[in-house]
Design a protein around this ligand. Structure first.
Ligand SMILES: [Zn+2]
Length: 77
């Protein structure tokens, strides 16, 4: 296996570096997904309807309950 040498690296070293690269990409992708799912969308916010107790994501621009059409007061900001 060590007999094949490309650009000063043996095939074994290339496979190790490729494995590390793929592993790093996988970990970064996983962390990125975790961060994205943890953060609410900038266009939407989780809110609770004071009229019918519906809870879910509503548009920040025009927060309105999809169940009873009651306008929702967004907390924060
Ligand atoms: Zn409602």
């Amino acid at each position: 296996m060590d007999s094949v040498v490309i650009a000063g690296l043996t095939l074994k070293q290339i496979l190790i570096y490729a494995g590390i690269g793929v592993g790093a990409l996988f970990v970064l992708g996983f962390i990125g997904r975790m961060f994205r799912s943890g953060k609410p969308s900038p266009m939407h916010e989780v809110a609770r309807c004071s009229n019918c107790s519906w809870t879910g994501q509503v548009s920040r621009h025009a927060p309105r309950c999809p169940r009873c059409n009651h306008s929702i007061q967004l907390g924060g900001d």
